[in-house]
Design a protein around this ligand. Structure first.
Ligand code: APR
Length: 247
């Protein structure tokens, strides 16, 4: 990455009156959380069709062991990495107005970020599909699968967006409102392949905003709409950018 691009991206960040970070699985890879696509991707090993809401409702005995394996057993020990901490530092310095994340791992909040819109929900909550009660996932035992609702015994579902499910309206509204005000969008660790999430950077761009992209590999944003493309690992590039921005 040229120092020229870094210095210019840092200047743009410093001058921005409203900035949002749009993050995806790539920002958590260095925390040991596998991405969905690309080398070691989740969808190369598991069939995404099983994480479609109607399929889950019909086959909870089959899907819950997969959910436990992919999103609970392994990820419960994941910790924030320097990329998550860099965004929390940028927020504390008053230079980041919010994060719109596609991630469901809760690592932004664990790193200290306060304004985090979880566009695809979170593994840290579960909801009963019968009585609609919500529960903190850490209070639900996964010894017996599917885990019964503690209130009514109904089917519990992790509170993240399955394929075929809509985006929670309050989160969608908050995210698009922020994108409608942002002058700069940091794109970190996502190829934007899934919509409507992937459209967030275009909302900023189409209003004349600036896109600063940090990704390990080229994406559909890189040579089309990104104004700055700082290629590399988020755990390295993001702290560099924040250090250059805060001086
Ligand atoms: N640093 C920066 N970027 C990285 C790193 C890293 N260490 N490792 C991988 N990447 C990049 C990849 O190059 C890729 O562009 O992160 C991106 C990961 O892409 P995906 O796995 O498709 O993740 P994401 O874009 O968040 O997926 C969006 O798809 O399956 C759904 O709901 C799921 O939220 C998810 C959505």
């Amino acid at each position: 990455m040229s120092n020229h691009a870094l210095a210019n991206a840092a200047r743009v960040l410093r001058e921005s009156r409203c900035t949002l970070a749009f993050t995806g699985a790539g920002i958590s890879v260095e925390s040991g959380v596998p991405p969905f696509r690309g080398p070691g991707g989740v969808w190369a090993k598991y069939d995404p069709a099983k994480f479609e809401k109607a399929y889950f409702r019909r086959n909870p005995e089959e899907v819950w062991p997969l959910l436990k394996e992919i999103f609970y057993s392994r990820l419960v020990h994941a910790k924030p990495n320097p990329a998550h901490y860099a965004l929390a530092e940028l927020e504390r310095a008053g230079m980041l107005d919010g994060i719109v994340t596609q991630n469901i791992d809760g690592l932004h909040q664990e790193a200290g970020s306060l304004v985090v819109h979880e566009y695809h929900g979170s593994t840290r909550r579960m909801q009963c599909m019968k009585c609609r009660e919500f529960f903190d996932a850490s209070n639900i035992s996964l010894e017996k699968l599917p885990p019964p609702c503690p209130v009514c015994g109904g089917l519990l579902k992790p509170d993240f967006v399955f394929f075929g499910e809509g985006i929670p309206t309050d989160v969608h509204r908050a995210a698009t409102d922020l994108a409608g005000r942002a002058e700069v969008c940091l794109i970190v660790g996502t190829g934007g392949t899934v919509v409507p999430a992937g459209r967030i950077p275009y909302i900023v761009k189409n209003r004349g905003g600036v896109l600063i992209e940090i990704n390990l590999h080229d994406t559909s944003y890189s040579y089309t709409v990104s104004d700055y493309y700082l290629q590399g690992k988020a755990g390295t590039r993001l702290p560099e950018l924040v250090a250059a921005t805060l001086g």
